[in-house]
Write a new protein. Structure first.
Ligand SMILES: Nc1ncnc2c1ncn2[C@@H]1O[C@H](COP(=O)(O)OP(=O)(O)OP(=O)(O)O)[C@@H](O)[C@H]1O
Ligand SMILES: [Mg+2]
Length: 235
């Protein structure tokens, strides 16, 4: 109960920050980092107080809530930090090699991730941000569907599309856009088991913007989810 409200509060303050002019991204992230950071002190104080409480079910529940709050705050700080540091320089990147290395990292860890398609020419992009976006999408596919297929497609206008596909439960049409909000997670029992904070897609979308790319989700024909990163003509 308590956590539901807190998550909503945090999400709505972040949504509020989102409406400030785009030029103030750095400032917005400082506000988010400051708010998250300042919450750490009272939460720690509350946790110390619970240590003095009588041992009982209420104390355990309170401690679990506080632990969850600590996680949210910590993730909030790191969310702000990531985005703040997102100002990475563009450089020439061999997209085929980058994707192959991402797929190989998962394969090494025993995760079923496949790769198809080719780009053929180097592109101008921010490789660390791109990698992070892809990993967030692949992690979701693995978590909710148990498998991921990466497809690199050339667009007729000379741009590229990187699709991360899965055959899992997908996302209801009405929530395909909402899941990009920070801390938004679909309320189903499957999420309680999978864990996570609900920041992966929010981070991915912000980073996609930094890449000059678009990120969208769609339901696949035959079931499952397609996450699509659209990149403009290679520079
Ligand atoms: N491939 C997918 N299949 C089904 N549902 C998905 C998929 N990707 C995301 N979702 C839904 O969208 C929600 C938000 O995803 P997001 O990546 O932002 O958060 P998370 O994975 O829950 O946590 P985090 O990424 O912070 O660990 C998920 O909780 C899940 O309900
Ligand atoms: Mg995720």
């Amino acid at each position: 109960m308590m956590m539901g409200n807190l998550e909503r509060d945090v999400a709505s303050s972040v949504a509020l920050l989102d409406r400030l002019p785009a030029a103030n991204v750095a400032e917005r992230m400082q506000i988010l980092a400051a708010v998250s950071h300042d919450l750490q002190t009272p939460i720690t104080r509350m946790r110390l107080r619970t240590d003095l409480m009588d041992d009982g079910p209420e104390r355990g529940k309170l401690q679990r809530d506080l632990l969850e709050m600590e996680t949210l705050v910590r993730e909030g700080v790191s969310f702000a930090r990531t985005l703040h540091n997102a100002v990475e320089e563009d450089c020439k990147v061999d997209l085929d090699a980058l994707l192959a290395s991402v797929a190989a990292d998962y394969a090494d860890a025993g995760k079923p991730v496949t790769l198809s398609g080719e780009c053929g020419t180097p592109i101008l992009t921010k490789p660390r941000a791109l990698r992070r976006v892809l990993c967030n999408l692949i992690d979701n596919a693995l978590k909710f569907a148990g498998q991921a297929d990466i497809e690199l497609r050339r667009k007729p206008d000379g741009g590229f599309e990187i699709a991360v596909l899965d055959r899992g439960p997908g996302i209801p049409a009405t929530e395909l856009e909402a899941v990009f909000q920070p801390f938004y997670r679909i309320e189903t029992s499957r999420n309680r088991d999978t864990g996570g904070t609900g920041l992966g897609l929010a981070i991915a979308r912000q980073l996609a913007q930094a890449l000059g790319a678009t990120l969208s989700l769609a339901t696949r024909e035959g079931g499952g989810l397609e996450a699509n990163l659209g990149m403009r003509k290679a520079g």
